[in-house]
Design a protein around this ligand. Structure first.
Ligand code: GLU
Length: 484
């Protein structure tokens, strides 16, 4: 197996958007493929008509693309392969590895009820395995439509899991499960085995909720005489309250995080650390670094807890690593969408946008924070933060703002040092602390009480706007505060 090409896949069912668990499985498979120069494939498991919704396929693919998980071959859709599965179900019956079962729903329920009464795990009684060939023939000729059950051999199974090590299951614990329904359609386990075989899948990496399926699937591989892939069962992702991550409990899907200003590389990095670790102190890695580091020995078998605060902390670090230019490209449409500016305005002032992004970069946790924390760089139509306004906009501050605006207006060059000097000069002249000028000025030009270093902020905003906004604030104070 080791010298065989690595071919792995992700097999989402389109019954919802891409949730973090499936995204994490996709990332593991992608990294395993890239690290080993293999192929990463996608299969859409859309045979369950009652649960599948074809309109969800594109959003799932979009979310995978957004995470940078480019796949290598044409996508396989199970719904287009139903006849192939049927063929294999028949083949299993012909080979004697599976048999027709005529038991009705009611009969099976009665068996289960009995097992429950005896406090035993429900297992199919194999009643139809013992049915004579003549009787079977007669019932088929009469038009009865049986299911097909795999005949589990009396042999225990073990395999070396890539994540959890050696696992075993007694054949007594696996019933003769159904591989094809009475309408001839294949069940999940048969379809998966047929597809994984025909797609040449070498490694199946998926959540450990599939361990029982893996044992069932190995029985199918063996019945069909096919090579069994290697399995890796990763721990489940749990919520901080230790429940399984689930949409029902309000957990978000990948698309929602995208909409909230998360960077794909941060999501990629964080999810990768849930169930795998590079075994170093460092946590922040680019996708390419993770490709280089992704050795299977570093899977962790213990359950992983998804912590949104930690994800956001990863995001902050990844934002800080991005170039101002790349961030500006992401922020520009958000500013336009929020109505702070227009596309045309930004196109002619790209340098300004880059400078603003650079100033705010260390403060933002999400890409969308650039808009909420920096809208004033593009738009003077803001309100003053209420708490800061009460505290800072005193009659005295109003006068000082007017005076400082005059001093700023005189400056030949409106840069950090000259601004600092002008502000210190006024503080000295008036024998006041610089803070008495700094806080009202920040509030006057940005509407906020916090933000980047004031002198850099003012220099970026520019003399004209700064003076104009300070005078507007001085007027506001005179009008609203001094006279009331
Ligand atoms: N459709 C299955 C799931 O979403 C895929 C399981 C597998 O990888 O075989 O859980």
């Amino acid at each position: 197996m080791t010298d065989k090409q690595v071919r792995v896949r992700i097999a989402p069912s389109p019954s919802g958007y891409l949730h973090v668990g499936t995204a994490r499985t996709a990332i593991f498979n992608y990294l395993y493929a890239r690290h080993n120069n293999g192929k990463f494939l996608i299969r859409i498991e859309d045979t369950d008509v009652s649960r599948s919704d074809s309109s969800l396929v594109e959003p799932i693919l979009d979310a995978l693309r957004w995470l940078g998980l480019e796949w290598d071959e044409e996508i396989v859709y199970q719904s287009r392969r139903l006849d192939i599965y049927k063929k294999y179900a028949q083949k299993l019956v012909e080979a004697g590895a599976a048999y027709h079962c005529f038991c009705t729903r009611e009969e099976l329920e009665a068996e289960r009820e009995k097992a429950r009464g005896e406090k035993k795990a429900p297992m199919y009684s194999r009643r139809c395995l013992r049915m004579s060939p003549e009787e079977k023939k007669k019932r088929l000729a009469a038009g009865e439509q049986p299911t097909v059950r795999l005949k589990i051999p009396e042999r225990d199974l073990s395999f070396d899991d890539m994540v959890v090590g050696r696992v075993s299951r007694s054949s007594n614990d696996i019933e003769d499960f159904i591989v094809a329904r009475s309408d001839g359609s294949a069940t999940y386990n048969l379809a998966v085995v047929v597809d994984d075989h025909e797609m040449g899948i070498s490694h199946v990496i998926r959540g450990n909720d599939h361990i029982t399926n893996s044992f069932k699937q190995i029985h199918i591989y063996e019945a069909l005489g096919w090579e069994v892939p290697r399995f890796g069962h990763t721990p489940l992702i749990l919520r901080p309250d230790k429940k399984k991550v689930s949409k029902r409990l309000g957990d978000k899907d990948v698309g929602e995080y995208q909409g909230e200003g998360l960077l794909p590389q941060a999501m990629f990095n964080y999810l990768c650390m849930l169930g795998w670790s590079p075994k170093t102190e460092r946590e922040i890695y680019s996708p390419q670094e993770l490709v280089d580091l992704f050795v299977e020995e570093n899977f962790n078998a213990s359950n992983a807890v998804f912590n949104e605060d930690k994800l956001i902390a990863f995001n902050k670090e990844h934002i800080a690593l991005m170039s101002d230019h790349d961030l500006a490209v992401m922020v520009a449409p958000l500013l336009v969408e929020a109505g702070h500016t227009t596309k045309y305005w930004l196109e002619t002032r790209w340098e300004y946008l880059r400078e603003v992004v650079g100033l705010l970069k260390s403060r933002v946790r999400r890409v969308s924070d650039f808009v909420s924390l920096g809208g004033y760089f593009f738009d003077g139509d803001f309100t003053y933060d209420e708490e800061a306004r009460i505290k800072q906009f005193t009659p005295e501050a109003g006068e000082l703002l007017g005076e400082l605006a005059d001093a700023f207006e005189q400056l030949e060059k409106f840069d950090h040092d000259n601004i600092a000097e002008a502000l210190s000069g006024l503080a000295e002249k008036r024998e006041i602390k610089k803070a008495k000028l700094i806080h009202p000025t920040r509030l006057a030009v940005s509407g906020m009480s916090v933000g980047p270093g004031l002198y850099d902020l003012l220099a970026a905003l520019g003399q004209l706007l700064v003076v104009e906004r300070m005078r507007k604030a001085a007027d506001y104070i005179k009008r609203e505060i001094t006279t009331s």
